[in-house]
Design a protein around this ligand. Structure first.
Ligand SMILES: Nc1nc2c(ncn2[C@@H]2O[C@H](COP(=O)(O)OP(=O)(O)OP(=O)(O)O)[C@@H](O)[C@H]2O)c(=O)[nH]1
Ligand SMILES: [Mg+2]
Ligand SMILES: [Zn+2]
Length: 300
Protein backbone atom coordinates (compact mmCIF):
# COMPACT_ATOMS: atom_id res chain seq x y z
CA UNK A 1 0.00 0.00 0.00
CA UNK A 2 1.09 3.56 -0.69
CA UNK A 3 2.17 5.67 2.27
CA UNK A 4 3.88 8.89 3.35
CA UNK A 5 7.02 8.83 5.52
CA UNK A 6 6.13 10.99 8.53
CA UNK A 7 8.91 9.99 10.90
CA UNK A 8 12.51 8.93 10.47
CA UNK A 9 14.65 7.66 13.32
CA UNK A 10 17.51 6.24 11.33
CA UNK A 11 16.69 2.64 10.54
CA UNK A 12 12.95 2.76 11.24
CA UNK A 13 10.32 4.89 9.58
CA UNK A 14 6.84 5.92 10.59
CA UNK A 15 4.70 5.60 7.48
CA UNK A 16 1.17 6.96 7.23
CA UNK A 17 -0.66 4.69 4.82
CA UNK A 18 -3.32 6.07 2.53
CA UNK A 19 -5.80 4.11 4.66
CA UNK A 20 -4.90 6.42 7.55
CA UNK A 21 -3.11 3.72 9.55
CA UNK A 22 0.45 4.50 10.71
CA UNK A 23 2.97 1.66 10.56
CA UNK A 24 6.48 1.29 11.87
CA UNK A 25 8.40 0.08 8.84
CA UNK A 26 11.90 -0.83 7.70
CA UNK A 27 13.53 -0.71 4.33
CA UNK A 28 13.76 -3.98 2.46
CA UNK A 29 17.14 -4.36 0.81
CA UNK A 30 18.97 -1.34 -0.52
CA UNK A 31 17.74 1.65 -2.44
CA UNK A 32 19.88 3.47 -4.92
CA UNK A 33 18.45 6.86 -5.54
CA UNK A 34 19.09 9.32 -8.32
CA UNK A 35 22.83 8.70 -8.12
CA UNK A 36 23.42 10.70 -4.93
CA UNK A 37 25.36 9.39 -1.97
CA UNK A 38 23.34 10.06 1.14
CA UNK A 39 23.49 8.98 4.75
CA UNK A 40 19.71 8.47 4.68
CA UNK A 41 18.07 6.63 1.79
CA UNK A 42 14.63 7.89 2.78
CA UNK A 43 13.48 11.16 4.25
CA UNK A 44 10.32 12.49 5.83
CA UNK A 45 8.03 13.55 3.01
CA UNK A 46 8.92 10.61 0.78
CA UNK A 47 6.09 8.59 -0.72
CA UNK A 48 6.71 4.87 -0.50
CA UNK A 49 5.16 1.48 -1.18
CA UNK A 50 4.76 -0.62 1.93
CA UNK A 51 4.25 -4.38 2.14
CA UNK A 52 3.39 -5.37 5.71
CA UNK A 53 6.17 -3.72 7.75
CA UNK A 54 8.55 -3.44 4.84
CA UNK A 55 9.17 -0.49 2.58
CA UNK A 56 9.65 -2.05 -0.83
CA UNK A 57 9.78 0.96 -3.15
CA UNK A 58 10.15 4.74 -3.11
CA UNK A 59 8.45 7.11 -5.50
CA UNK A 60 10.40 9.70 -7.43
CA UNK A 61 10.79 12.95 -5.50
CA UNK A 62 9.29 16.20 -6.71
CA UNK A 63 12.08 18.00 -4.85
CA UNK A 64 14.18 17.78 -1.70
CA UNK A 65 16.52 19.77 0.50
CA UNK A 66 19.97 18.28 0.94
CA UNK A 67 23.11 19.29 2.77
CA UNK A 68 26.58 17.99 3.43
CA UNK A 69 27.50 17.21 7.00
CA UNK A 70 30.50 19.50 6.66
CA UNK A 71 31.85 21.63 3.87
CA UNK A 72 34.23 19.04 2.48
CA UNK A 73 32.39 15.91 3.49
CA UNK A 74 31.35 13.52 0.73
CA UNK A 75 28.28 12.31 2.59
CA UNK A 76 25.03 14.16 2.05
CA UNK A 77 21.90 14.15 4.13
CA UNK A 78 18.41 14.71 2.81
CA UNK A 79 16.53 16.92 5.25
CA UNK A 80 13.08 16.39 3.74
CA UNK A 81 11.42 15.51 0.45
CA UNK A 82 8.44 16.78 -1.56
CA UNK A 83 8.07 20.12 0.18
CA UNK A 84 6.16 23.19 -0.95
CA UNK A 85 8.12 25.63 1.17
CA UNK A 86 10.73 26.05 3.87
CA UNK A 87 10.28 28.20 6.93
CA UNK A 88 13.89 29.11 7.68
CA UNK A 89 13.91 30.07 11.35
CA UNK A 90 16.61 32.56 12.26
CA UNK A 91 17.23 34.53 15.44
CA UNK A 92 19.27 37.71 15.79
CA UNK A 93 19.99 36.86 19.45
CA UNK A 94 19.70 33.90 21.83
CA UNK A 95 21.23 32.34 19.76
CA UNK A 96 22.48 34.56 16.90
CA UNK A 97 22.15 32.79 13.54
CA UNK A 98 25.30 33.34 11.45
CA UNK A 99 24.59 35.19 8.19
CA UNK A 100 26.69 32.71 6.32
CA UNK A 101 24.46 29.87 7.49
CA UNK A 102 21.40 31.71 6.19
CA UNK A 103 22.99 32.46 2.84
CA UNK A 104 24.21 28.90 2.38
CA UNK A 105 20.74 27.63 3.08
CA UNK A 106 19.18 30.09 0.65
CA UNK A 107 21.60 29.06 -2.10
CA UNK A 108 20.70 25.40 -1.72
CA UNK A 109 16.99 26.10 -1.62
CA UNK A 110 17.26 28.19 -4.80
CA UNK A 111 19.34 25.52 -6.51
CA UNK A 112 16.67 22.94 -5.65
CA UNK A 113 13.83 25.30 -6.46
CA UNK A 114 12.20 25.32 -3.03
CA UNK A 115 10.67 28.66 -1.90
CA UNK A 116 11.87 29.98 1.47
CA UNK A 117 10.10 32.17 3.99
CA UNK A 118 12.55 33.64 6.50
CA UNK A 119 11.02 33.67 9.98
CA UNK A 120 12.95 36.03 12.24
CA UNK A 121 11.91 34.57 15.58
CA UNK A 122 12.32 35.87 19.15
CA UNK A 123 11.97 39.53 18.19
CA UNK A 124 10.72 40.05 21.77
CA UNK A 125 14.35 39.85 22.98
CA UNK A 126 15.58 42.55 20.58
CA UNK A 127 14.68 45.57 22.67
CA UNK A 128 16.74 48.56 21.59
CA UNK A 129 17.85 46.76 18.41
CA UNK A 130 14.88 47.62 16.23
CA UNK A 131 17.14 49.15 13.56
CA UNK A 132 19.16 45.97 13.30
CA UNK A 133 15.94 44.00 12.85
CA UNK A 134 14.50 46.31 10.22
CA UNK A 135 17.77 46.41 8.24
CA UNK A 136 17.91 42.64 8.33
CA UNK A 137 14.34 42.32 7.05
CA UNK A 138 14.96 44.98 4.43
CA UNK A 139 18.06 43.20 3.09
CA UNK A 140 16.40 39.84 2.52
CA UNK A 141 13.15 41.36 1.24
CA UNK A 142 15.14 43.36 -1.29
CA UNK A 143 16.47 40.02 -2.58
CA UNK A 144 12.94 38.77 -3.12
CA UNK A 145 12.44 36.70 0.04
CA UNK A 146 9.36 36.84 2.21
CA UNK A 147 10.49 37.78 5.74
CA UNK A 148 8.23 37.49 8.78
CA UNK A 149 9.36 38.95 12.12
CA UNK A 150 7.88 36.70 14.78
CA UNK A 151 7.64 36.17 18.51
CA UNK A 152 6.13 33.14 20.13
CA UNK A 153 6.02 35.16 23.36
CA UNK A 154 3.94 38.08 22.06
CA UNK A 155 2.27 36.27 19.15
CA UNK A 156 3.66 38.73 16.61
CA UNK A 157 3.65 37.32 13.09
CA UNK A 158 1.57 34.27 14.00
CA UNK A 159 -1.51 35.17 11.94
CA UNK A 160 0.58 35.61 8.83
CA UNK A 161 2.46 32.35 9.45
CA UNK A 162 -0.75 30.42 10.09
CA UNK A 163 -1.94 31.56 6.67
CA UNK A 164 1.26 30.27 5.07
CA UNK A 165 1.10 26.91 6.85
CA UNK A 166 -2.45 26.06 5.73
CA UNK A 167 -2.76 23.83 2.70
CA UNK A 168 0.95 23.10 2.24
CA UNK A 169 3.75 20.77 3.24
CA UNK A 170 6.51 22.87 4.80
CA UNK A 171 9.88 22.22 6.40
CA UNK A 172 10.98 23.95 9.61
CA UNK A 173 14.72 24.54 9.30
CA UNK A 174 17.30 26.48 11.27
CA UNK A 175 19.99 26.23 13.95
CA UNK A 176 19.28 24.50 17.23
CA UNK A 177 17.37 26.64 19.73
CA UNK A 178 15.70 29.05 17.31
CA UNK A 179 12.18 27.87 18.22
CA UNK A 180 11.15 25.42 15.48
CA UNK A 181 9.48 22.95 17.84
CA UNK A 182 8.05 25.76 19.96
CA UNK A 183 6.37 27.08 16.81
CA UNK A 184 4.48 23.79 16.43
CA UNK A 185 3.28 24.04 20.02
CA UNK A 186 2.26 27.66 19.48
CA UNK A 187 0.13 26.61 16.50
CA UNK A 188 -1.36 23.65 18.36
CA UNK A 189 -0.67 23.41 22.12
CA UNK A 190 -1.99 19.83 22.33
CA UNK A 191 0.95 18.62 20.22
CA UNK A 192 3.30 19.02 23.19
CA UNK A 193 6.44 18.69 21.09
CA UNK A 194 9.58 18.60 23.22
CA UNK A 195 11.46 21.90 23.39
CA UNK A 196 14.63 22.89 25.25
CA UNK A 197 16.11 25.97 26.85
CA UNK A 198 19.15 27.75 25.43
CA UNK A 199 22.49 26.97 27.07
CA UNK A 200 23.28 29.88 29.40
CA UNK A 201 27.03 29.36 29.03
CA UNK A 202 27.16 29.39 25.23
CA UNK A 203 23.85 30.96 24.26
CA UNK A 204 23.26 28.09 21.85
CA UNK A 205 20.53 25.49 21.43
CA UNK A 206 20.91 22.06 23.04
CA UNK A 207 19.82 19.91 20.10
CA UNK A 208 16.53 18.97 21.67
CA UNK A 209 14.85 17.53 18.58
CA UNK A 210 16.71 14.38 17.55
CA UNK A 211 14.75 13.04 14.59
CA UNK A 212 12.62 14.35 11.76
CA UNK A 213 8.85 14.19 12.09
CA UNK A 214 5.90 15.54 10.14
CA UNK A 215 2.92 17.01 12.00
CA UNK A 216 -0.52 17.79 10.66
CA UNK A 217 -1.31 21.20 12.13
CA UNK A 218 -3.19 24.40 11.32
CA UNK A 219 -4.59 22.91 8.13
CA UNK A 220 -1.19 21.97 6.75
CA UNK A 221 1.77 19.70 7.30
CA UNK A 222 4.97 20.80 9.02
CA UNK A 223 8.20 18.83 9.20
CA UNK A 224 10.23 19.44 12.35
CA UNK A 225 13.88 18.44 12.12
CA UNK A 226 16.91 18.57 14.43
CA UNK A 227 18.75 21.91 14.46
CA UNK A 228 21.31 22.22 11.68
CA UNK A 229 24.87 23.26 12.53
CA UNK A 230 27.05 23.79 9.47
CA UNK A 231 25.47 23.82 6.09
CA UNK A 232 27.80 22.34 3.47
CA UNK A 233 26.62 22.70 -0.09
CA UNK A 234 26.45 19.75 -2.39
CA UNK A 235 28.35 19.75 -5.63
CA UNK A 236 28.09 22.90 -7.64
CA UNK A 237 30.21 24.50 -10.32
CA UNK A 238 32.15 27.63 -9.36
CA UNK A 239 30.39 29.64 -12.05
CA UNK A 240 26.97 28.49 -10.83
CA UNK A 241 27.15 29.96 -7.34
CA UNK A 242 26.62 33.54 -8.42
CA UNK A 243 23.37 32.52 -10.07
CA UNK A 244 21.87 31.76 -6.68
CA UNK A 245 22.70 35.20 -5.27
CA UNK A 246 20.13 37.39 -7.03
CA UNK A 247 22.10 40.61 -6.46
CA UNK A 248 25.38 39.10 -7.70
CA UNK A 249 23.62 37.64 -10.72
CA UNK A 250 22.25 41.08 -11.51
CA UNK A 251 25.59 42.92 -11.44
CA UNK A 252 27.63 40.08 -12.97
CA UNK A 253 26.30 40.96 -16.41
CA UNK A 254 28.39 44.14 -16.30
CA UNK A 255 31.68 42.45 -15.38
CA UNK A 256 34.43 42.77 -17.98
CA UNK A 257 34.89 39.01 -18.29
CA UNK A 258 32.00 36.69 -18.96
CA UNK A 259 33.51 34.04 -16.70
CA UNK A 260 34.29 36.49 -13.86
CA UNK A 261 34.04 34.84 -10.43
CA UNK A 262 34.13 38.25 -8.71
CA UNK A 263 37.25 37.50 -6.67
CA UNK A 264 40.21 39.50 -7.97
CA UNK A 265 39.36 39.86 -11.62
CA UNK A 266 39.83 43.32 -13.15
CA UNK A 267 36.79 45.51 -13.86
CA UNK A 268 34.47 43.40 -11.74
CA UNK A 269 31.06 45.06 -11.44
CA UNK A 270 30.15 42.90 -8.43
CA UNK A 271 33.13 44.04 -6.34
CA UNK A 272 32.41 47.61 -7.38
CA UNK A 273 28.80 47.21 -6.20
CA UNK A 274 30.03 45.89 -2.86
CA UNK A 275 32.34 48.90 -2.48
CA UNK A 276 29.45 51.22 -3.26
CA UNK A 277 27.24 49.38 -0.72
CA UNK A 278 24.82 48.29 -3.43
CA UNK A 279 25.55 44.70 -2.48
CA UNK A 280 25.74 43.77 1.20
CA UNK A 281 29.25 43.03 2.45
CA UNK A 282 28.00 40.06 4.48
CA UNK A 283 26.30 38.52 1.47
CA UNK A 284 29.48 38.97 -0.58
CA UNK A 285 31.51 37.30 2.18
CA UNK A 286 29.07 34.36 2.16
CA UNK A 287 29.52 34.12 -1.58
CA UNK A 288 33.32 34.07 -1.27
CA UNK A 289 33.16 31.43 1.43
CA UNK A 290 30.98 29.13 -0.67
CA UNK A 291 33.22 29.73 -3.66
CA UNK A 292 36.28 28.80 -1.60
CA UNK A 293 34.62 25.51 -0.58
CA UNK A 294 33.72 24.65 -4.12
CA UNK A 295 37.21 25.52 -5.39
CA UNK A 296 38.79 23.41 -2.62
CA UNK A 297 36.46 20.51 -3.44
CA UNK A 298 37.57 20.55 -7.05
CA UNK A 299 41.17 19.77 -6.12
CA UNK A 300 40.66 17.27 -3.35
N1 LIG B 1 12.03 34.80 24.07
C1 LIG B 1 11.62 33.87 23.22
N2 LIG B 1 11.97 32.59 23.38
C2 LIG B 1 11.54 31.68 22.48
C3 LIG B 1 10.74 32.05 21.37
N3 LIG B 1 10.50 30.94 20.64
C4 LIG B 1 11.12 29.92 21.27
N4 LIG B 1 11.74 30.35 22.40
C5 LIG B 1 12.53 29.54 23.34
O1 LIG B 1 13.70 29.05 22.69
C6 LIG B 1 14.09 27.80 23.25
C7 LIG B 1 14.37 26.79 22.17
O2 LIG B 1 13.16 26.45 21.52
P1 LIG B 1 12.96 25.07 20.71
O3 LIG B 1 11.60 25.14 20.15
O4 LIG B 1 13.32 23.90 21.52
O5 LIG B 1 14.04 25.25 19.55
P2 LIG B 1 14.33 24.29 18.30
O6 LIG B 1 14.59 25.18 17.15
O7 LIG B 1 13.25 23.30 18.14
O8 LIG B 1 15.70 23.58 18.73
P3 LIG B 1 16.30 22.11 18.34
O9 LIG B 1 15.22 21.10 18.50
O10 LIG B 1 17.43 21.92 19.28
O11 LIG B 1 16.77 22.24 16.91
C8 LIG B 1 12.98 27.39 24.21
O12 LIG B 1 13.39 27.71 25.52
C9 LIG B 1 11.81 28.27 23.78
O13 LIG B 1 10.92 28.57 24.84
C10 LIG B 1 10.38 33.43 21.22
O14 LIG B 1 9.70 33.85 20.29
N5 LIG B 1 10.85 34.29 22.17
MG1 LIG C 1 13.25 21.24 18.14
ZN1 LIG D 1 32.79 40.08 -11.47
Amino acid sequence: MRGLVIKSTGSRYGVELVSGQVVDARIKGRFRLQGIRTTNPLAVGDWVEVDGEQIVAIEERRNYIIRKASNLSKESHILAANIDRVFLFVTLAQPETPNEFVDRFLVTAKAYDVPVVIVVNKVDVLEGEEDYLSNYCYLYRSLGYEVVPCSLVTGQGMDELRGLVAGHVSLLAGNSGVGKSSFLNALEPTLQVKTGAISKAHSTGMHTTTFAEMFTVAGGKLIDIPGIKGFGLIDMEEAEIGHYFPEIFQYAKQCKFGDCLHRNEPDCAVRKAVEEHLISESRYQSYLSILADVSAGKYR
